[in-house]
Design a protein around this ligand. Structure first.
Ligand code: C2E
Ligand code: MG
Ligand code: MG
Length: 706
């Protein structure tokens, strides 16, 4: 395509400008005029000209001065300048050439001569430009033979699109015009602002290349993913005049997972989006999203190695797919199910057109069952299980992220219950998630402000009624809600890693308090302060070092401190936990196994760990007098513990009959509401002073109100 050449005529005499501009216009040039050097320079900076016709003699800024200024930013091939001079002075002309003029004409102007010179220089300039262009285009073509090429002249705002470029969008050569809108107008609405800002940034000088992945509309009405790359060509003053580059179709890599060949999260989000739109259009249309996570995949990966783990994933994908495809009369709900790879160890399933949530649960169960049979990977049998979170469209979603978020929340809930379970998200669940987040923020602040207090619950010697010790139980003294019990926040504190600072606080305060009581009451003081230690404290950080330091600081002899730890924290081969235990025992600190009977450990294992005390869980004690099994369990635990020389504390002693049986079974200590609820330090102080449980003659008095 040839376009009209544009000329700038600079002359201080109006009549000259008029004549020249009229005659040149009639010869097909696009003419702009300027009456002085200053205006001319402004025009050259702001607009494109193919050639400058510059009068030498002008008042103010002379033509030679204008030429000098022009050449600072534009070369003689970039902007040819023909000087117009009245004088036949050779020195003037020589100086003009030395300053970078391309040619000259003399006044009065011989128009045919001037025209010929103008034509020559414009043609020369164009030829040089074409050469550059074709060289650059060639270089780009070499970059990717299969790519579409484009070349945008930013000055004229015309774009050259290669045939391949057009074919990639489904068009013939003649179907596409030369405006940039042929491209930008087809960019997916959600990608447009990103494309534009990336483009603007590059044109403004950001980075050597322009690169952007986006969707573009194909003639057949679908969107293709493309990678658009390019680079600006700038003039001497750094202003971008052209932008040229390539277009690569990356749809396949973009929408399918390279390992399993399933739709990936990008395509899946698209499908979800469509399903959501359908719920808006079609009353009664319901779909569900299942997020399925393979349990312990990283552990499996560690033992199998990455290659075999990849094979396992492929096999899992195939089995899930087969299970979904088996459409029969019994399970019509899987007729419209799409499986996709969601994250490295998660799959997502969109179950279309269901009647209610129960259909989704059935699909989930069916997928879980499909995974039950072992996989044969490289000659090894591998067992996997999956946990599923479900969200159903009836909650009213407007974007894929929303339903994905809810299904994932449901998944996390399911995972916190048990492996291979399945949970449904509902708004109540969502609210719970939101308030949990709020709670976490509040808890963080509470840790910063030390908003915790320790309450004490007496542990009573069944034989003598003497207060043998206290268990320290933390409370959050919440700024608006008052005292909040640990059931509400301990789990969260563990998940959020806050249990470590909270635990340290409780430990220090408990030791300080016990040391104070021992100073005040001497031999009448309780022997032990029992502090709960969480699994997390136990396995990470330097618990033994911290305990040693706190004991030193509070001057409490180690034999008066007992740590309570639950079974799950102590079992397993966590070497760090083992080492912590050994170091604590070396210090002389005792410890007891909390909530015994609720975990999986055996008493012989506890013996091996040199546990001093077993605390029988409340759930067994509370069944004493209710059914025989509860009492039997308590009897067995006490018997075994004694065999291994451990003493026993019964938790949750609430009634006289509990105590009677425990005494008959030879249980050493009892703790529970029958004696006292956990109380603050002042109330505990009063208890120590009054010793209300002391048996006058072996009988323990009834509960005292505190
Ligand atoms: P735990 O260590 O088993 O503590 C005993 C829990 O049972 C306490 O609940 C206590 O108030 C309650 N309890 C005691 N006697 C009775 C009774 O006769 N009937 C009934 N129904 N309940 C009784 P609390 O204070 O709510 O503490 C709950 C759990 O929170 C504790 O269970 C412990 O696992 C954890 N916890 C408390 N303080 C801390 C702490 O400082 N650090 C850590 N890591 N965990 C703590
Ligand atoms: Mg405890
Ligand atoms: Mg307990």
């Amino acid at each position: 395509m040839t376009r009209r050449a544009s000329l700038l005529v600079v002359d201080d005499i109006e009549a000259n400008r008029d004549v020249l501009s009229r005659r040149l216009t009639s010869k097909g040039y696009d003419v702009t005029v300027a009456a002085n050097g200053g205006d001319a320079l402004k025009l050259v900076q702001s607009r494109h000209f193919d050639l400058l016709l510059l009068d030498v003699e002008m008042p103010g800024m002379s033509g030679l001065e204008v030429l000098t200024a022009v050449r600072r930013s534009r070369s003689s091939t970039n902007l040819p300048v023909i000087m117009v001079t009245a004088r036949l002075s050779g020195s003037d002309i020589v100086e003009a050439f030395s300053l970078g003029a391309n040619d000259y004409v003399t006044k009065p102007i011989d128009f045919p001569v001037a025209l010929a010179r103008i034509g020559t220089h414009v043609a020369l300039k164009r030829a040089v430009e074409d050469l550059h262009e074709s060289e650059e285009r060639y270089a780009l073509a070499m970059q990717g033979a299969n790519d579409g090429l484009w070349d945008w002249n930013l000055v004229t705002n015309e774009v050259y699109w290669s045939e391949r470029w057009k074919a990639m969008l489904g068009y013939e050569a003649s179907d596409i015009g030369s405006g940039p809108d042929e491209w930008l107008g087809r960019v997916h609405i959600d990608d447009r602002s990103r494309v534009k800002s990336t483009l603007d940034a590059h044109l403004a000088g950001g980075g050597p290349h322009y690169e952007c992945e986006h969707r573009v509309l194909h003639r057949n009405g679908t969107f293709r993913w493309v990678l658009c790359r390019g680079a600006a060509i700038r003039n001497a003053s750094g202003v971008a005049t052209r932008l040229a580059g390539s277009l690569t179709d990356i749809t396949d890599g973009k929408v399918s997972d390279s390992l399993t060949g399933l739709p990936n999260h990008v395509l899946f989000a698209d499908l979800l989006d469509r399903a959501i739109k359908r719920t808006e259009r079609r009353a009664g249309y319901i779909f569900a999203l299942l997020v399925l996570s393979l349990d312990g995949l990283s552990r499996i990966g560690d033992s199998l190695g990455p290659v075999s783990a990849g094979r396992l994933l492929v096999a899992v994908a195939q089995r899930l797919q087969t299970s979904l495809r088996c459409t029969d009369a019994v399970t019509p709900e899987t007729a419209g199910a799409t499986l996709a790879r969601h994250t490295s160890d998660e799959f997502a399933v969109l179950v279309d057109d269901i009647t209610d949530a129960s259909d989704a649960i059935r699909v989930a169960n069916r997928l879980q069952t499909a995974l039950e049979k072992p996989f044969e990977i490289d000659g090894q049998q591998v067992f996997v299980s999956a946990t599923v979170g479900i969200a159903v469209s009836t909650s009213g979603y407007r974007a894929p992220e929303e339903i994905l978020r809810d299904a994932t929340t449901a998944l996390h809930r399911a995972q916190s219950h048990a492996a291979s379970s399945c949970e449904l998200f509902d708004p109540v669940m969502r609210d719970r998630a939101v308030s949990r987040l709020q709670l976490e923020t509040d808890l963080r602040n509470a840790v910063d402000q030390h908003d915790f207090v320790v309450h004490y619950q007496p542990i009573v010697s069944i034989d003598t009624g003497r207060i043998a010790g206290f268990e320290s139980l933390v409370r959050w003294s919440h700024r608006s809600r008052g005292i909040v019990g640990p059931i509400e926040f301990i789990h969260l504190a563990e998940d959020a890693g806050l249990i470590v600072p909270i635990g340290r606080l409780v430990l220090r305060e408990s030791c300080r308090q016990m040391a104070a009581w021992r100073r005040e009451f001497g031999a009448d003081a309780p022997d032990l302060i029992c502090v709960n230690v969480s699994r997390r404290q136990f396995a990470t950080g330097d618990l033994a070092g911290e305990v040693a330091e706190i004991l030193r600081e509070t001057r409490l002899p180690p034999s008066h401190l007992k740590l309570e730890i639950t079974e799950s924290a102590a079992i397993g081969d966590v070497p760090a936990a083992q080492e912590t235990l050994t170091r604590l025992q070396a210090l002389g600190v005792e410890w007891s196994m909390d909530d015994f009977g609720t975990g999986y450990s055996s008493l012989s294992y506890l013996h091996h760990l040199r546990v001093n005390t077993v605390k029988v869980d409340r759930s067994f004690v509370s069944r004493i007098g209710v059914d025989d099994a509860g009492a039997e369990m308590v009897r067995v635990i006490i018997g075994l513990a004694h065999n291994f020389s451990m003493n026993v504390v019964a938790e949750g002693v609430e009634r006289e009959e509990h105590l009677t049986l425990l005494r008959a079974l030879g249980c050493e200590y009892a703790q529970g509401y029958y004696f006292s609820k956990p109380i603050d330090s002042a109330a505990a102080h009063r208890l120590i002073a009054s010793q209300p449980f002391r048996a006058a003659a072996g009988a323990v008095p009834a509960s005292v109100g505190v």
